[in-house]
Every structure is written in C-alpha cells, then in structure tokens.
Design a binder for this molecule. Structure first.
Ligand code: ADP
Ligand code: MG
Length: 215
C-alpha cells in the first residue's frame, strides 16, 4: 500500500474513473433523461475517452509527469471536448485540482487540491448545498478526506471515507428540488430523481478505491 499521490497513481485513478463512467453511461443518461436532456452519460463518456488519450500522451513523456499536470491536462480536455454544464464544471474541478497539486505527492496536498477543485466548481456554477447538483456529492467527499486525514487516517482511509460521503450525498439529492442547471426548470417535478452530476462524482471517488491511488 502506498501513501503517496504519484503521477502513476493519479493516472490509474483517472483511467478507472473513465472506465466506470463508460460502464455507467446508460444509467447517467437515464438519470439526465428524467430531469434534464439525456446527454450527461454521453457528455462525460466522450470527455473522459478524450482524456484517456491525453493521459496516454503524458504517460509517454520522459520523465513521466507528476500527478498535478495530469489532472490539469484532463481538466483542459474536458473543457474543450464537452459541451453543456457538466463538462466545464468537471473540467474546472480537475484543472484547479491539478494546478493546486502541482508536483506534490502527500495526502494532505491531495486534500488541499480537492478543496481547490471544489472552490472552482462553486466559482463557476454558484451551486450551494441542497441545490441538487454535483456539489452535493463533491462537498461532503472533500470534507471527508480532510476529516479522515486530520484524524490520522491514511490516504486509503481518506478515500474510502470520501467514497462513502459522495455516495450518501448523491443519494440525498433524490428528495431535493433542483435549483441550478437544466433540472431547475422542472421545479417540484425534479423531486424523486437522483442528480446525474452527483452520480458521476460518486463514480469518481469509487474509482479511487478501484485504482492504485488508495493502495
Ligand atoms: P447539461 O445540463 O448542460 O445538459 P449535463 O447533463 O452534462 O449538462 O450535466 C448536468 C449536471 O450538471 C447536473 O446533474 C448537475 O449535477 C450539474 N450542474 C448543472 N448546473 C450546475 C451548477 N450551476 N453547479 C454545479 N453543478 C451543476
Ligand atoms: Mg444534460
């Protein structure tokens, strides 16, 4: 088990995320069909497929890049290949996360980078807790990483806590009325459906557990 956020570990995490989104594309599309325009699965799968190609190019570098630049590259790729709300929002998340992490490899630096990514999402989308967006899974996951590390937990502990928090936050979007994005046009009719973007966030943290980053 490793407690370092190496370039290879982030590469594995991002690729595991891309695989999970590909596997869940239909589910994400179905969720977006209920409260949006049925494109979230295709949007994220297209962006992450392009991101995997960008990761291949980076991995071939000599020396191979650290974690931060890989995240930044994925963020830029999502912004340039995905339309709609979620592409730029997830893109900003990874871009800010990568810029904050840079060459650092410690779990604490990862926590700070996740916090910077979340701040970018908020700056761009202006979502608050309970608006029924990706924020409702991401904010508790970031807080869970910080809490676990502050309590002396390992990187694996922190990411396991984040995955649980993201899944809980995602499930908690079901009874909410959407107040941001396309789903907000439905008002009360958005109640009873899980937010697609929050679901993608939970896949991102589940991917950490499936990949090398959590040991
Ligand atoms: P679009 O809504 O443009 O079709 P997607 O379907 O790909 O884009 O993504 C929809 C997801 O984007 C929502 O489920 C929600 O989680 C997220 N989202 C939309 N607007 C915002 C916002 N202002 N802040 C945070 N997340 C948002
Ligand atoms: Mg959509």
């Amino acid at each position: 088990m490793t407690n370092s956020v190496t370039g290879a570990a982030i590469d594995g995490w991002l690729r595991a995320f891309a695989r999970l989104v590909a596997e869940h594309e239909d589910e994400l599309t179905r969720l977006d069909a209920a409260i949006g325009d049925a494109d979230h699965g295709a949007n994220m799968n297209r962006g992450l497929t392009a991101a995997a190609v960008a990761l291949d190019e980076l991995a071939a570098g000599d020396p191979p890049p650290a974690a931060g630049p890989r995240l930044t590259k994925v963020g830029m790729t999502l912004i340039s290949t995905v339309g709609g709300a979620a592409g730029p929002l997830f893109g900003t998340f990874f871009l800010r996360m990568g810029n904050a992490l840079a060459e650092q490899e410690t779990p604490t630096a990862l926590a700070a980078a996740l916090r910077a990514g979340l701040a970018g999402v908020v700056q761009r989308g202006k979502a608050e807790a309970g608006d029924k967006t990706m924020y409702d899974a991401l904010a508790p996951a970031v807080a869970a990483v910080e809490t676990a590390l502050a309590a002396g937990g390992s990187l694996a502990d922190a990411l396991a806590a984040a995955s649980k928090a993201a899944e809980d936050g995602c499930a908690a979007t079901v009874p909410l009325v959407a107040r941001k994005g396309r789903a907000s046009y439905l008002g009360e009719r958005s109640v009873g459906h899980q937010d697609p973007g929050a679901t993608t966030v939970s896949l991102f943290f589940r991917a950490a557990l499936d990949s090398g980053v959590a040991g």
